[in-house]
Ligand binder design. Structure first.
Ligand code: ADP
Ligand code: MG
Length: 697
């Protein structure tokens, strides 16, 4: 058996019971797994704190001193052992609840000890429970300067596998592993980036000799981690390129040309033209396209998507567009239907709200190929929705759909359809590189001409009257206004109350019959929502009060003011999305961020970022820095959150290097046939869990 695959049970000091715990608690099954269970920090054992200056917030302190008194205290059923530990500056209590007899016998009062542990305050005194304790003379003789700290769990601790216990196993295993940890990266890559060998890096991360070594070794392991993540993604992409089973769309025919020349009232922007060309090239190639289209709200993505759907139709295929909400699907449907008026193209809408009989009819027509374009919500991925010849799929606002849902659409066609994923939430470059390694990227980085940059202001409650006056002024000019309240997930009732209170005060300020105010919230049924949205859209109401249901995609070009209440409660990307609801017509638009006087640092940072820039990419970068990737929507399914070492925010240079070297390898050897790429083949075979969309659904 390969050494690293040896079951952990066989390691001396482990055995079946602990092995089971290690599996269950830490996912450690083999020697290899244990070796990759890295410490979350190291203690510099040459740096002692003193009792007086000890920082009780620290997760770990190292003290040096003596023990002078021990007591066994029994209260109720539990017994504990306490010891008084002193150095020249003061005294703390050490406490044990287990192993009392053995500890009591082994501790001496006339020797110096090094004590390590987490200080806590109990009954007003500082104590350290279950410290690691070692005689000072032995300690310095046998141990390294940096000592690893591993996270453990309560269950493991009761079996002796606290941090120190794990360190002991690790030391032993590392001795056995000498010469038995093979390199996993191709030699050329190791040489190019001057990486330490895998074996050295692993040993150093557990027991570093000095700080510099540790940093280099961490980089090596992070690189490896990101390299293989990239390999998973990109191998799939390159294999797809090798296949020729995608639809080839050589023709640009009537559907496209008539729309383009007879219907389109404006010139495409340069960015739109470029992107259409990029997509065209993919569609002609005979390889299946998987492309991410990024562009700020209002940059004209939907139009690009429509042009591409028309090309699919010109090539005797059907197209499908999936939106995250009913409102959006509806809006796309109505827009596209209007734009295609007079052309011989049939288009249908399929959402949960469509009545059963009508649904059945649509499904039948889809199978018969009588529908050219299907627009809908999740409803379109239901099993019994079958197409005659689905050639092109558009997914709007990607981050609301998981990879899983994307892959379901693939299966609706004999050949895999071309897929265009559109998102208005720009994705920071590092994230896009990692998360969308399997997708090609297009960016629309230009707004249609005549748009004025939205002005963003931060106002507090004290300025509310001024804000009302401003709103009245805009309405007098014939404009419309959104007032948005945050979603309060913990308390839908509170949310509704906030919204209703706000609505009432708006209605008081903007009374009938001069003003009409709409309200939309999550607890309304979709019919009522649509009715209100429609009233606002058609200009019957001037103010739309709502929770974040309007967040995505609603298009009312006449709306010029977006007032966001409790703006500090929103995340950056959400604020940016909301702001994108205005500025869609030719008029100057405004976004007013209302907050209380007191803001957290993070909240202030978000507000300041919004005031400072309208650039979606800059906002996305700031968002990622403030929140970390864990909170970003849609990342749960991606491998990114399972990264053990690398951190895509702070390790951007490593992400880039790993990505580029994978790319270089696959450009030259897409099937990984070279001898030096044997290790990569091995990895892919071993990691069948690798990223394959089909396997996820
Ligand atoms: P997105 O989907 O990126 O939010 P849309 O495609 O919905 O943007 O376009 C927003 C608005 O801009 C729509 O009313 C659309 O008709 C209009 N539009 C799109 N492209 C152009 C262009 N090149 N010139 C002028 N208006 C455009
Ligand atoms: Mg849109």
């Amino acid at each position: 058996m390969v050494f690293l695959d040896t079951p952990i049970e066989y390691l001396k000091g482990v055995g079946p019971a602990r092995a089971q715990l290690l599996q269950r608690e830490l996912d450690i099954y083999t020697y290899g797994d244990l070796l990759e269970y890295f410490p979350y920090r190291h203690i510099d054992r040459s740096q002692f704190s003193t009792v007086r200056d000890m920082d009780i917030e620290e997760p770990y302190v190292v003290l040096r001193g003596t023990i002078d008194e021990m007591h066994t205290v029994t209260s109720g059923k539990s017994t504990r052992l306490t010891a008084r530990f002193s150095d020249s500056t003061g005294t703390v209590e050490l406490v044990w609840f287990q192993g009392i007899k053995w500890i009591k016998e082994s501790l001496k009062s006339d020797v110096e000890y090094v004590v390590m542990g987490k200080p806590s305050v109990f009954n007003g005194h500082i104590n350290i429970a279950h410290p690691d304790i070692e005689r000072a003379d032995r300690e310095s003789a046998t141990t390294k300067k940096y000592y690893p700290v591993y996270s453990s769990t309560e269950k493991l601790k009761t079996k002796g596998l606290n941090s120190k216990g794990i360190a002991k196993l690790m030391e032993q295993l590392l001795m056995m592993a000498k010469g038995r940890i093979p390199e996993t990266l191709p030699p050329a890559v190791v040489a190019k980036f001057k990486l330490p060998s895998r074996a050295d890096a692993i040993e150093v991360i557990h027991f570093p000799r000095d700080h510099h070594d540790l940093v280099l070794s961490m980089q090596r392991m992070k690189f490896e981690e990101l390299f293989f993540l990239q390999l998973d993604y990109q191998y799939a992409k390159y294999s797809r390129r090798l296949q020729t089973d995608g639809y080839a769309f050589p023709v640009v025919g009537d559907a496209f040309n008539r729309f383009y020349h007879e219907k389109l009232a404006f010139e495409l922007t340069g960015a739109q033209k470029r992107v259409v060309k990029e997509i065209r090239a993919d569609m002609k190639s005979g390889h299946q396209m998987n492309r991410l289209l990024q562009g700020d709200v209002g940059s004209g993505k939907t139009l690009v998507a429509l042009l591409c759907m028309l090309i699919a139709i010109d090539n005797k295929c059907q197209a499908c567009m999936m939106a995250p909400t009913e409102i959006l699907a509806n809006q796309h449907y109505l827009n596209i239907k209007r734009m295609l008026e007079g052309l011989d193209i049939s288009i249908a809408l399929l959402t949960g709200a469509v009545k059963t009989a009508a649904k059945r009819k649509i499904k039948e027509q889809l199978r018969e190929g009588k529908i050219d374009i299907l627009i809908g919500t999740h409803a379109v991925i239901e099993k019994d929705v079958q197409f005659k010849q689905l050639g092109f799929v558009v997914i709007d606002e990607q981050h609301r759909f998981g990879v899983e849902q994307r892959s379901k659409l693939w299966t609706k066609s004999v050949r895999p359809p071309h897929v265009l994923v559109m998102t208005a939430t720009p994705i920071p470059r590092t994230l896009a590189m990692t998360l969308y390694g399997d997708l090609d990227c297009s960016v629309i980085d230009e707004l249609p001409p005549g748009r004025k940059a939205i002005k963003t202001l931060h106002c507090t409650d004290a300025q509310r009257l001024k804000v009302f006056a401003f709103m009245r002024n805009e309405i007098a000019k014939g404009r419309q206004i959104y007032v948005v309240y945050p979603l309060i997930e913990e308390s839908p009732t509170l949310e509704l109350k906030d919204l209703m209170d706000g609505y009432e005060s708006i209605v008081r300020e903007f009374p009938l019959p001069q003003y009409q105010v709409s309200i939309v919230h999550g607890q309304m049924d979709s019919e009522a929502k649509d009715y209100e949205m429609q009233r606002f859209k058609s200009g019957q109401t001037q103010i739309m009060v709502s929770t974040t249901v309007i967040e995505v995609g609603v298009d009312v070009p006449n709306a010029t003011v977006m007032v966001i209440e409790n703006a500090e409660r929103f995340g950056l990307s959400q604020l940016h999305q909301l702001r994108g609801r205005v500025g869609r017509g030719g008029e100057q638009s405004y976004c007013i961020l209302m907050t209380g006087n007191k803001l957290s640092n993070n909240g202030r940072e978000r507000i300041n970022t919004m005031v400072a820039t309208t650039d979606g990419f800059r906002i996305a970068e700031a968002d990622l820095k403030l929140r970390g990737p864990g909170d970003l929507q849609g990342l749960q399914q991606s491998g990114i959150l399972q990264l053990k070492l690398a951190d895509i925010v702070n390790d951007e240079p490593i992400v880039r290097a790993a990505r580029e070297s994978v790319q270089e390898i696959l450009e030259n050897d897409p099937e990984l046939k070279a001898i030096n790429h044997g290790c990569l083949q091995l990895y892919l075979q071993k990691n069948k869990r690798g990223f394959a969309w089909g396997k996820i659904s």
